[in-house]
Design a protein around this ligand. Sequence first.
Ligand SMILES: NC(=O)c1ccc[n+]([C@@H]2O[C@H](COP(=O)([O-])OP(=O)(O)OC[C@H]3O[C@@H](n4cnc5c(N)ncnc54)[C@H](O)[C@@H]3O)[C@@H](O)[C@H]2O)c1
Ligand SMILES: O=c1ccn([C@@H]2O[C@H](COP(=O)(O)OP(=O)(O)O[C@H]3O[C@H](CO)[C@@H](O)[C@H](O)[C@H]3O)[C@@H](O)[C@H]2O)c(=O)[nH]1
Length: 428
Amino acid sequence: MNVCVIGAGYVGLTTAAVLSDLGHHVTCIDQDTDKIASLQNGSIPIFEPDLEDCVQKNKSRLRFTDDLSSGLSNTEIIIMAVGTPSLPDGSSNLSFLYKAMIDVMDHLASYKIIMIKSTVPPGTNAAILKFLKEKGYQPSLFDLVSNPEFLREGSALHDMKFPDRIVYGLAEENEDLLGKLNELYKGIEAPVIVTNYAGAELIKYASNAFLAAKISFINEVARVCELFGADVTHVAKGIGLDARIGHSFLQAGIGYGGSCFPKDLKALSFTAKDNGLQPLILDAVQSVNATQINVYFEKIKALFPALSSMKIAVLGISFKPNTDDIRESPAVAFIKKLHEYGCTVSAYDPKAALPKELSMVEQTETPYEAILNADLIVVATDWKQIIGLDWKQVRHIMKGKAVIDARNCLNPALIRNADLDYIGVGRL
Ligand SMILES: NC(=O)c1ccc[n+]([C@@H]2O[C@H](COP(=O)([O-])OP(=O)(O)OC[C@H]3O[C@@H](n4cnc5c(N)ncnc54)[C@H](O)[C@@H]3O)[C@@H](O)[C@H]2O)c1
Ligand SMILES: O=c1ccn([C@@H]2O[C@H](COP(=O)(O)OP(=O)(O)O[C@H]3O[C@H](CO)[C@@H](O)[C@H](O)[C@H]3O)[C@@H](O)[C@H]2O)c(=O)[nH]1
């Protein structure tokens, strides 16, 4: 099939790469001319494992352009993967999506399937359909499908090739349309859920909210563990063995970040309130997350009264391992907090860079440079390169002895064996 993907971000690029790998001819369009120029030169603007290889492998079927009209010709399916970031009030900024929809509709000369892969609050697909009809675009020229995406950064290609489910939200039952959609994803084995627009939109939001709830739950349990001298990793293992609960998303730490959970929780909460419902659990999940960094910070302050005059090595900048994405990264928030408190911070990450607003903070090429003469270390992102450091060497070059495991990713015995002090939250 000929497919067009609008938006060359994490989701757009992954979608384009995977669909071309399935044998489709894909045009990926972005309004960011620099991004497109770099893609046309074979350079992938983000770090995502396997993405570059997949793009390279399928380059005969994959094209990047900023020219919508050339990109849309001969296309059967158009996939919207533009950003839907938070507005200051917590609602979703849908302006990129509306603009992209209008641009596409203005170029439509024959029937197309338009799929919205961007994450949008319940009610959005129906509102867009109504908006397009009111604008006078011919309903016979297009079908609008909600097709939320569940990939994780750091394992995006794998997640899209082996999804837990494929979800289609439709305006009404339509066997021909479903046939085309199944052709698009032919080669991907997954249960297919067909529902209405709001159902599809809510499957996406409820999934993210549930996963975020598991994280905030275990983070709150870690705080309780701290009171009673229990190890939260033992508790997580113990509860996770109950098949009804499961082990995943029970790693306590400095909280969830990234481009999705924070914004999607805010947007779902906003949408509920906007429609007269007080979302008690969603708000509690966010409150625990928003205060989790403070829990670590207060603990460090209590242990080290001279904190503000100390040199601190923060290992990890990205919001999670295997990505260079720093959107809503708890590591970045931690670095900011330490810097504002007066500490001298030296940060390291295998792939991510500090944001411009923290340009006064030193970022080193290697973890050992950051650690050199540090009074204490904060492990803020659980990269395997950081977990696997030579901790005896670390002890040798740092000034102090304390290692704060803000991701519960280290083996305390290994750290203590290196004559270092292991400090977690809810850890023995
Ligand atoms: N990042 C993830 O892990 C992930 C996973 C699942 C779903 N999502 C959802 O997918 C959507 C995209 O997320 P992302 O992380 O890829 O975003 P992103 O910010 O990385 O990329 C969005 C891209 O869209 C482009 N764009 C914006 N308006 C455009 C227009 N009118 N025409 C052409 N291009 C335009 C931007 O230039 C940008 O390159 C969001 O709704 C997000 O919530 C993201
Ligand atoms: O036990 C855990 C698991 C995760 N996290 C943190 O939670 C955040 C999100 O992690 P993850 O879900 O792995 O990353 P994302 O790439 O943001 O993916 C989420 O958000 C995407 C965008 O909506 C969805 O598509 C995915 O299904 C969903 O997992 C990160 O800061 C992690 O460090 C924890 O603190 N503890």
